[in-house]
Design a binder for this molecule. Sequence first.
Ligand SMILES: C[S@@+](CC[C@H](N)C(=O)[O-])C[C@H]1O[C@@H](n2cnc3c(N)ncnc32)[C@H](O)[C@@H]1O
Ligand code: SF4
Length: 392
Amino acid sequence: MSATSSAPVTSLYIHVPFCAQKCEYCAFYSEASSGELINRYTAALVRELEIVAPELKPKTIFFGGGTPSILNLRQWETILRALEKFNLLGAEEFTIESNPATVSTDKCKLLRDFGVNRISMGVQSLDEQLLDRLGRIHSREQVFKSFDILRRAGFENINLDLMFAIPTQTMEIWRATLNEVAAMQSEHLSSYEVIYEDDTPLFEQLKAGEFSVDENLACEMYEALIDHATATGFHQYEIANFARNKSSSILHPPSSIPSLACKHNVNYWRGGAFHGLGPSATGYVRGVRTKNWANTQLYCEQLEKGRRAIESSEELSPLRRAGEIAAFGLRMNAGWPFEEFQRTTGFDLRREWNSEMNQMVERGWGQITGDRFHLTRAGLRFADAAAELFLR
Ligand SMILES: C[S@@+](CC[C@H](N)C(=O)[O-])C[C@H]1O[C@@H](n2cnc3c(N)ncnc32)[C@H](O)[C@@H]1O
Ligand code: SF4
């Protein structure tokens, strides 16, 4: 399989470590920054692209962050021209993450011209007070306006990110957001329960007792999400991810993946190889996992000296990697078809993880259906805990 062969890597992730302002809950590596550092990052990224280009033939490209859409036209043009020069354009799926406050018609046109065909936009909520509570820089009106700009620019594959179980969010507010988002008719929906990440203001507020977490309400909200998304034409294919099928007449068995699922992420959950560029990005190529420095200054310094900015790299033992791949794949509704798992990792799930699978079945979290093992609806909610069992 491609993870160990010398065939070119077909998946490229690029981290853009800048945001207009840091949100209260977010632990992604990003900072509010000046144009100067962003220019320096842009030049460094072009160098990193040049170094890895000979090993790449991307079928999927994903610019995540941070807020990639914060780069200005000139910075984007520099990066896109570099991709062109190094022969990296033409991906089947080319996604850029955006914030509703930083979408513009000019940028959309440029991105479309270079083959960007998927936009993922962070909405989080359509309730003005909750947006404020989360430290978001955009209003609900800006969400609708930016979505319109994206559509008019010709983007036919748009993901919207939502969050639930936000402090003070009621079920009524959550349902209203779900209804309004459904009316927007995006092709894809990602919806995450709030995670209280260390060192974020939201976590500090929780620790200080400013609010408490209502686990039951969070569970009910997750149930409402799945029911609502399914009723409005989405197919859940991963814990937090829902997509439409291009042709709605195609029957969709639970073991398959909808046609508008994010191919880049599916490769990741299926244990495929990928290059990760930019500060803090991880990569996995030929059995070796790398991590770039999560420090933009240091990242730039290294690349200015002509070398990659890798902080650590680790060759995983085949069994350890197989355990990780098992855990990733269980995030998907389809779970792991036994044969595919064996082809990917060289290990048989039924031999190596037999007792773990049985344990999950007994708890009502897992199920063997025909030739695959997958989590149940109840199990998906606890997928992280379930996945732990499979790590070696
Ligand atoms: C890199 S951001 C998306 C693009 C852009 N930066 C934005 O926020 O508009 C990725 C997504 O992760 C989710 N996310 C980030 N931190 C989270 C947390 N602590 N808990 C739950 N979801 C989170 C949000 O839905 C966010 O849209
Ligand atoms: S959620 Fe998005 S906009 Fe907010 S700080 Fe994180 S990466 Fe930046």
